[in-house]
Structure formats: C-alpha cells, structure tokens
Unconditional design. Sequence first.
Length: 105
Amino acid sequence: MGVTALGFCQEGFVYNPKGKRNPFIPLVTSDGRILKLDKAEVRGDLAVEGIIYDDSGRSYAIVNGQVVGIGDEAQGYKILKIEKDGVVFIKDGQITNMGMRREGE
C-alpha cells in the first residue's frame, strides 16, 4: 500500500498567523527591488492584520485572524468603517481608529 498525503495530516491543527507575514505576498518586485510590507497594528486585544478595500463599499478587514465587514464584531468592537489604510471601531461609545503601518514605521 502506498502512503497518501492524507496520512500526514494532523487532526485538529489550526494555523496561527499572528505575527507572521502573508506568504502569498512577494518579498521582491519583478525588477529585483525589496518591498516594504505593511505590519499589523495591535492595540490591546485588537490587531488589524489586513485590509481588503473596495471603492463600492464591499470592503473587508482581517482582525485577529478573522475576516470582518462593516457591522460585524471583533473582540467586542463593532466595525463602523473600513478605509484603504485603516478600520474604525466602536465599543462602549468610544471610537477607535486602527490602521496598517508600513514596515519600519
């Protein structure tokens, strides 16, 4: 009997991307220049890890490893707005703006 790829799967494994770069984003441009990657902004128990922006209003953000849209909740914060470079949250009447930082900032 041959060994199948399924034989190597670990049951119950969950990948935790926190603090790791997205492996699908290249590190170097096609002409050989090194890219500066965005870094997640972390504040307390919230981390904005990525933004998927759409001008038509169907934007999403990756917060604490979870894909969220406007009106969704993450860690008790409601998402009010998703912009090209940040997310606006509200919790207990307090508005919090969090964005993505360029590496080195």
